[in-house]
Design a protein. Sequence first.
Length: 72
Amino acid sequence: MGVVVTALAEILRPYRRSLDLHEELVNTLRDHSVPFDTARDAVRRWIEQPWLEEESWDAKWEDLCEVEVERW
């Protein structure tokens, strides 16, 4: 249990940053009067996923889940 708690603390900040970015982009795209260039930029930023890298929070989260599920 200690490993999960320690590892979870490491991924919360990047997870929150990623979530904030997604909320910002969704709110941008939700506005039907948004200019095409702005919408295109929002979609590009979504695709880039700046907070999702090889050793990012989502990869660590998957590793944590794999360990926890494997134990049970």
